[in-house]
Design a protein. Sequence first.
Length: 120
Amino acid sequence: MTKYAIQPAMKTFTLNDLEKRVAARAKTSAKESYTRALLDQGVDACAKKLGEEAIETTIAAVSESRKRLISETADMLYHLMVVLKARGVTLAQVEAELGRRTAQSGHAEKASRPRRRTGK
């Protein structure tokens, strides 16, 4: 039996809980942990998987059931947390950035960002 036996769903489960779970599983072997196996493939592979999950979430939002959207969103959030772990970014850092952005309206915040060059 693995040390990650299936447990009943928690009454509340936060993104902080997910971040802790990703961090704990990152410390195990790839044989025991899908998270570790993803991280061992590098940031590019983790980001590619996140992109796939984002597309699946988008499709579910537009043309699938609410239940499917919830499921795909959970997958996407998990893979986002893996990418953040791979890059050494914490949820607290992302939350701080969100907090900084709420100091002004969404339109004003977006207008204040430097424009990215797209090569076009």
